[in-house]
Ligand binder design. Sequence first.
Ligand SMILES: [Zn+2]
Length: 688
Amino acid sequence: MRKNPFFEPYQTPHDTVPFDRIKISDFEEAFMEGIRREDEEIEKIINDPEEPTFENTIVRVDNENGDNYYDLLSRVSTVFSCLLSAETCDELDQLAQKMSPILTKHANDIQLNPRLFERIKHVYEHHRELTPEEKMLLDNCYDGFVRSGALLDEAGKEKLRQLSEEASLLSLQFSQNLLKENKAFTLHITDEKQLDGLPETAREAAALAAKEQEKTGWVFTLDTPSYSPFMTYSTQRELRRQLYMARNTECTHDNSENNIDICKRLVNLRREMAQLLGYETFADYVLKHRMASTIGNVYKLLNDLIDAYRPTAEQEVKDIEAMAKKQEGDEFKLEPWDFSFYSHKLQLERFNLDAEMLRPYFELSKVIDGVFGLAHRLYGITFKENPEIPVYHPDVKAYEVYDKDGSYLAVFYADFHPRKGKQGGAWMTEYQGQWIDEKGVNVRPHVSVVMNLTKPTEEKPALLTLGEVETFLHEFGHSLHGMFANTRFESLSGTNVWWDFVELPSQFMENFAIEKEFLRTFAFHYKTGEPLPDELIERIVKSRNFMAAYGCLRQVSFGLLDMAYYTKKEPFTDDIIPFEKKAWERAIIGKQLPDTCMTVQFSHIMAGGYAAGYYSYKWAEVLDADAFSVFKKEGIFNQATAQRFRDCILSKGGTEHPMTLYKNFKGSEPTIDALLERNGIKRQTTEA
Ligand SMILES: [Zn+2]
């Protein structure tokens, strides 16, 4: 009789997932059996007559794989969630909906089990001397239970549950309102003259949108792929104004899609939850598990960036104004809906660069050689394709990765192109994590990068833009973090690090994209074999800093707004619109329009996971520039520096505080200086 492949050893090369043998019906069976085994294991932990210790409680709660029997639930969940993003179908989607509440309930039952928490608390209060990694595991475990309300009395637990349920409902409503408002507005054009300036791709998309709505002519919407080209290229100022105002007043109107009260309530709910759990503010609650650690550190970053970038940003805006006046006459007054249009004109005048120009130099197969070659040059590792490793789609390639001493390091899957059933964007995942088992065996990871890069056609191989090369380097950076992992506990391994630290290895790799020495190894014209000309590389490097200071202040303004809401100690009762204008004032150049509002459409901090975390975009940039500056100084291919980066950061996962790991690598804390240098920003010298 056929057996469910999740229930037995895979018997494949390196125990890789036997995609070819898994049927959709296997998932549900494995989920249910996995839940049952985990419940059984929790019962065993609770009923252990021995005094609770780190080994008999914390380690077992973390693995739930008693008797060294592989952890079925995590095994099936990993494969399931990876496929749900990379290769889904209706049946899999339906199963996801069915399983979601079952899995949530299962997780809650564990987190709210008072007898289990009693044991964990006992270990937390009476543990023996622990290694930093063990201490981190214990703290994470204990804090996870505490954050679920384990220390609260019954009334407190009930209150926390209510607050959290209300917050998730309101987040959902926030997103639905935004989506509805987005769909409600269309700019319908029937006179072709009004398309003046728009490139062919934008016109085609608008014609298609009109057709879908059974209209004649062209339809533009507030979705970025439609909105953004219109604002950049359209010569029709009045239409740009209409589109701009529609987008920037979304969810503020007097209708059922208004998000103002929802935002107020969400800010208050999060503050109440944090305070119930013993924190002063929601930001304090979030930052406890972040590299930045304190509200003061976040504000220091944001303020330092304002001081450094503001003068340049003001000059950049003046340059745009000058460009507009040059074209329209001295009376012209630049408005927000003119900004993209004239900034694009200025960019063209200065650099005459177009993303399409670079494609012939970035043929995918060469780029792969370049990226693997870079990893070899830095870390000595090699990649060998192995067709015996099962894959979930014929497009996917599977490689064995070997360390510099020749030993086996990891399995690396690469899934490059878009197709039906695959989500947009790019990401890195793992089909198996890394850990060291009781017998001391180091179980090596199976990592996967999934992307949506330009496909080959009948006439041409896959030719990438520079942006796509950067995406590849980015995801490859995450995968190195996974492949070099070398920790005892899987939950602290590889990319399982605090949030504002996870983008360091990925963004670090992006730095190579504009290094001549690296480009020279693979960027050859796919037809002529000519190398990418130095002059073009120099122009790319210069053009990257176009409007960099303005862009930085924009990110900082969002960070200020986020912090303003989530550092509140008292109930939030202000009016959202004026509150917003005041909160980010220091990072705004020029006047603010009275009716526009960002907060009501700022999904990151209202509905997404970035509440009190928006600063992390800039934080990660500071880190990657700072780390790369060490390589710039010691040699970008310096193997000793790379080894130190691997030993101190890439192999350590989340086993220690990220600042400790970073200081071990660099010898000091990061500063914003390297980012300023990369952006070509000169600090205003204050008096000596
Ligand atoms: Zn990333």
